[in-house]
Design a protein around this ligand. Structure first.
Ligand SMILES: Cc1cc2nc3c(=O)[nH]c(=O)nc-3n(C[C@H](O)[C@H](O)[C@H](O)COP(=O)(O)O)c2cc1C
Length: 420
């Protein structure tokens, strides 16, 4: 098991004897804002490609508490801390200059960081250097936004949030009749230099929404000045990132099936998606769970597709025996609702749900496997939202006790719950 994963497990004792202390004075901003003199394009709801971009992490709700207000987005995020940033390159995209852009979420706009020369392209740092006509998204994390609260476990949440980001790109692109092709195999350190990142920001993944041309990109001359501040570095997270950077024996997934949803309703599901805070314990139907499972299992286009096992505890599903299921098969019959809630750090979400999911993997490629778990989690959110069900990601669980309950040696990557 990856050393970092082992070192950041929660247990009944760890959460009681080593609780996270939060320094509210040091809370980082969830927004990266580039120089205001850069060319900025406000996203316009009436333009399909602008809408496509907005659905990728745009703001969909505002919450106001005495003295603070914060914004919720199309993607969920552990603790609403949003450690993931979205950049993209455009080539031959109508309405956009060829260049490298940043999604300025705070301003609901995109900012042009760099204009591309004819032979230039980010592709030069990818395993496949052919030019991409269309969008090439790059997802980074500014990990301190999350480690400020969740300490060393935060790298897991950054990976899950990035996986949600990939899921939102997939869903948004599908609405415009494009497929999103996830990419992990690129020279991330070379891009960190080009983007002027400090040690606290690094790339996790990319997604192509476009087509490959024959010709290869020749170079990328971009050298952006350093932007942003880091408050506190975490050697454990930076080491975990470096140790999981080299990928081994990646297998490609080249099949994409698309979704079978009504596009208008699916679009609404993206805009209205929220994390449920409490379930009312009413059951869901087996037909709904079948639709959900079918969509979770659909292949994800990727250059490093790692196996992720889907386990689920059926608590309340009409027409189904309660119990623990693995990939569609009943492993252990019985009412495990209390157990599932306990395993999720005693959160009622795990016990009051109709179904509580656990995603595990035995993969050697930690970054792609973890992000795939987040991507599957995002599909779960969106399909649930589409069907009128509630969903919540659950990043906090007792790792070893979950593994013992599932009787697996695999790493437990994510838990989620759905229901009414
Ligand atoms: C990786 C991840 C882990 C999460 N873990 C929990 C959790 O343990 N308990 C919980 O109540 N919510 C959890 N959430 C839900 C977030 O609190 C929620 O996404 C955030 O507050 C933003 O709200 P929204 O999803 O309604 O937009 C998690 C979300 C993500 C993406």
């Amino acid at each position: 098991m990856f050393t970092y994963h082992e070192a950041t497990k929660h247990s009944y004792f760890s959460v009681r004897y080593h609780p996270n202390r939060i320094d509210w004075e040091k809370q980082p901003s969830p927004f990266k804002i580039y120089n205001r003199f850069l060319r900025m394009v406000k996203l316009d709801d009436t333009k399909p490609l602008h809408r496509m971009l907005y659905r990728i992490g745009g703001i969909t709700a505002k919450k106001v508490y005495p003295g603070v207000e914060y914004y919720l987005r199309t993607i969920p995020s552990a603790g609403a801390l949003y450690p993931v940033e979205f950049y993209f390159q455009t080539r031959d995209v109508e309405g956009f200059e060829d260049g490298i852009w940043h999604f300025d979420v705070a301003n609901s706009a995109v900012k042009l960081l760099y204009r591309l020369g004819a032979e230039e392209g980010v592709e030069v740092h990818f395993a496949d250097k052919r030019k991409i006509r269309g969008f090439l998204f790059l997802l980074s994390t500014i990990y301190y936004r999350s480690s400020w609260k969740y300490k060393n476990r935060a790298f897991r949440y950054c990976l899950l949030d990035a996986g949600h980001g990939l899921g939102t790109i997939e869903a948004s692109a599908w609405l415009e009749d494009f497929a999103a092709n996830v990419r992990y195999r690129f020279d991330k350190p070379a891009l960190h230099e080009a983007f002027g990142f400090h040690e606290g920001e690094f790339f996790l993944s990319a997604a192509v929404v476009g087509a490959w041309e024959r010709e290869e990109a020749a170079y990328l001359d971009m050298r952006l000045p350093s932007a942003g501040t880091v408050y506190e570095r975490s050697p454990i997270i930076e080491e975990a990132y470096a140790d999981s950077l080299t990928l081994h024996g990646c297998k490609k997934m080249t099949r994409f099936e698309g979704f079978m949803f009504d596009k208008k309703r699916f679009d609404e599901a993206i805009y209205t998606r929220r994390s449920i805070r409490a379930f009312n314990r009413r059951p869901i139907s087996k037909a709904m769970l079948d639709i959900i499972l079918e969509n979770l299992r659909k292949p994800i286009l990727s250059d490093c597709d790692e196996a992720v096992t889907i386990w689920y505890v059926v608590n309340r599903v009409e027409g189904m025996e309660s119990g623990l299921y693995r990939e569609g098969k009943l492993c252990n019959a019985g009412d495990f609702s209390q157990k599932a809630g306990y395993l999720c750090l005693e959160q009622a979400l795990g016990s009051d749900s109709a179904v509580t999911f656990f995603l595990t993997s035995g993969s050697e490629n930690y970054q792609p496997a973890y992000q795939k778990a987040g991507h599957i989690g995002h599909r779960l959110y969106l399909v649930s939202s589409y069907l009128g069900l509630g969903c919540s990601g659950i990043g906090a669980y007792y790792d070893d006790e979950v593994a013992a309950f599932l009787e697996t040696d695999e790493m437990v990557l994510y838990a989620l719950a759905i229901g009414n």
